[in-house]
Design a binder for this molecule. Structure first.
Ligand SMILES: Cc1ncc(COP(=O)(O)O)c(C=O)c1O
Length: 428
């Protein structure tokens, strides 16, 4: 019996995220294993993963000790809930550990099960709950930036600054405002126009990630932090990508001296060896819920503080500390920037954005994209055929966010393969 497109569509039940299944079904790349910064495909090929999967396999692939931590915990107690007054050793230990690493005093930690989107929705609800608890229920508006990506739950989708992601869905949640990504005056103006008594919080990625990898303009983060303080608006630092070392410090908020009211985090907390996220609050936000008569935060997920996920995250943080991987990121930051910089001279490249940890975006020339809308997707495919995995972010840039264990030679190879593919595409 022959197998045609109809057979393929019947055989494949997996509906991939962010995919046009009409084209993807039957043309997927199956990854079967990996070690370090390399993954292996079922086709027998190996690929250098310039993405760390989706910005998260920070300690690299094939770390047996994280599997051992999972097995040991699962043999003892796989999971028990943390609603109300229940807790577990790993949940307590991980909360303490994250609190101690966080760049704010006396941080409290609310775990989320699925990753960053749950953390963002939790933080958005918490911001509104905070103002409600402190007698200013009118402060409900949440402001975010163009190019921002805050995940795909309802708040995150609405807060995102990538219109294609929310166009068919709006309005998902009310009282959300978007401003320019790079202009502190835009935040000041938005808060003044709305009235500070209406505004609950400002959501800010220290380095915009999925929107195209945009490091903060010089002075931007300090300026918006000051504006939030002046208008009494909560500052929420979305560190789902940047948390746990990716910018060369444990948190980008520490690197930039931001003292945020809330941090959202996920990915690097476990390096993806189990799904888990954490919302980290400073003392101001926890106060009305933790002291005096207290106030319930009526929110939580079945798998908040999942016991095995917490045990794996603890082992992951142990590993990062033992191998000094955060310092390694700081050391590799200038190496990555210098190695990718020459790509900017290629005719198909407008700019290379880098210089904040192990994060970079290679912007494909706008003119070439306009003349050939399929160019970005073809480049991604050609780079993969040449043995390196990247993807298009913001629809315009090639993403580079490798595992922290990447070597200088491997960084060189990413640059070389990008250059070969970009040069070949310019010739065709
Ligand atoms: C800054 C930021 N926030 C939130 C999210 C959503 O995280 P998740 O996909 O784990 O739900 C992401 C995912 O890439 C992100 O980059």
């Amino acid at each position: 019996m022959g197998s045609g497109p109809a057979d393929t569509l019947r055989e494949t039940a997996l509906w991939n995220p962010f995919a046009n299944m009409a084209g993807v079904a039957g043309h997927t790349v199956m990854i079967t294993g990996g070690e370090g910064s390399t993954v292996h495909g079922s086709d027998g090929r190996s690929y250098l993963d310039a993405l760390a999967s989706l910005w998260y396999v920070n300690v690299g692939y094939g770390r047996a000790e994280l599997a051992d931590a999972a097995v040991a915990q699962m043999r003892q107690l796989t999971a028990f809930q943390t609603f109300g007054d229940f807790t577990s050793g790993p949940a307590e230990a991980l909360a303490r550990r994250v609190s101690d690493l966080a760049p704010m005093p006396d941080a409290k930690v609310f775990f989320t099960p699925g990753g960053g989107s749950d953390a963002v929705d939790t933080a958005a609800k918490l911001a509104r709950a905070y103002w409600h608890a402190t007698g200013q229920p009118g402060k409900r508006v949440i402001i975010s930036r163009a190019h921002a990506y805050h995940g795909m739950n309802a708040y995150g989708t609405a807060l995102g600054g990538i219109p294609a992601n929310w166009d068919p869905q709006v309005p998902l949640v009310d009282a959300v405002e978007h401003i320019a990504w790079d202009d502190p005056a835009a935040l000041d103006k938005a808060i003044s126009t709305l009235g500070a008594e209406q505004v609950a919080a400002f959501f800010c990625e220290p380095v915009i990630g999925a929107g195209g990898v945009y490091p903060p303009p010089e002075g931007y983060l300090a300026a918006v932090r000051e504006i939030c303080r002046r208008h009494d608006v909560l500052y929420i630092s979305d560190e789902v990508i940047t948390g746990y070392g990716r910018t060369g410090e444990w948190f980008a908020s520490g690197r930039f001296g931001l003292d945020p009211d809330i941090i959202t985090s996920a990915k690097g907390l476990s390096s993806g060896y189990a799904p888990i996220g954490a919302v980290i609050t400073g003392p101001r936000v926890s106060e009305p819920f933790w002291r005096g008569q207290g106030e319930w935060f009526r929110h939580g997920y079945t798998y908040s503080g999942h016991t095995t996920s917490c045990a794996i995250a603890l082992a992951n943080l142990d590993l990062i500390e033992r191998e000094d991987l955060v310092a390694r990121v700081a050391d590799l930051e200038p190496v990555l920037a210098a190695t990718l910089a020459p790509l900017a001279d290629l005719p198909l490249v407008d700019e290379v954005r880098s210089g904040t940890g192990l994060l970079a975006g290679v912007e494909i020339a706008a003119e070439a994209r306009a003349a050939d809308p399929g160019l970005g997707a073809r480049l991604v495919r050609d780079i993969r055929d040449r043995g390196v995995i990247t993807r298009l972010v913001g629809g315009t840039a090639l993403q580079v966010s490798p595992p922290f264990v990447i070597t200088e030679q491997e960084i060189g190879r990413i640059a070389e393969v990008f250059a070969d593919a970009l040069t070949a595409a310019a010739r065709s």
